[in-house]
Design a protein around this ligand. Structure first.
Ligand SMILES: [Zn+2]
Length: 225
């Protein structure tokens, strides 16, 4: 019996060895691994992710509310945001205001740091919503509120960590739409905070600035490069 067991063992060993060495078998294993990897990828795209969101908006009643000096909205700091955005208008935005928003968008696109387009460009989930509202009441300091804007950051925790922004920029129709205000609110939507520099489009009181300062450009770079 011992002899027979020995023979069987040798036969099995040789069989396993040959099986593993056969190119078609290893090819099959390889193919199965590829399929498995593809399945895993498809599956990982389908499983629900844990998504956090944080919003930071400024209702710009033209008074200083800045709390730090970074020039960045705190919720965008240390986030990995794509620099591409798909923008869209709310249905009720009049064409004149759309033109002003489009001019403001051009100002940001000219930097080459961000790319804002009406068409979806790639896998980026970043969106920029452009809208209007009407608020005639002045605040306690008799300041005019020209707009509201800010980022809304989603952090997706799955197999791959990713962050994206659904920013919002809106103008108050109680006052004539201003390019400087549109640039300021889009700045908030992209993650810029108020600065104390009057050359900056992010100075809290409207200075009619329609070009980005060197500091504004540097702050954009901090978020997107
Ligand atoms: Zn502001």
């Amino acid at each position: 019996m011992k002899f027979l067991k020995g023979i069987i063992l040798i036969v099995v060993a040789v069989f396993v060895y040959n099986w593993a060495k056969t190119p078609t078998v290893s090819q099959q294993i390889n193919n199965q691994l590829v399929t498995l990897t593809t399945d895993l990828k498809t599956w990982s795209e389908k499983i629900p992710f844990l998504v956090d969101s944080k919003t930071e908006t400024h209702s710009d009643s033209q008074s200083s509310t800045s709390t730090d000096n970074s020039g960045l909205e705190s919720i965008v700091i240390n986030k990995k945001l794509s620099n591409t955005y798909t923008y869209y208008f709310d249905n009720n935005v009049p064409s004149e205001t759309r033109q002003i928003f489009l001019q403001a968008i051009a100002v940001y696109n000219q930097t080459g740091i961000v790319k804002l387009t009406a068409e979806k460009q790639n896998e980026s989930k970043n969106t920029l919503r452009l809208g209007i509202y009407n608020k005639t009441a002045s605040d306690a300091n008799n300041m005019q509120e020209l707009g509201i804007g800010g980022p809304k950051i989603y952090s997706q925790y799955g197999l791959i960590r990713s962050d994206y922004n659904h920013g919002k920029a809106t103008l108050n129709t109680a006052y004539p739409a201003r390019l400087s205000a549109a640039i300021h609110e889009i700045g908030h939507a992209l993650g810029l905070d108020h600065t104390q520099n009057k050359d900056s489009v992010m100075y809290p009181v409207d200075q009619g600035k329609t070009t980005l300062s060197a500091q504004d450009v540097a702050n954009l770079k901090k978020i997107y490069q």
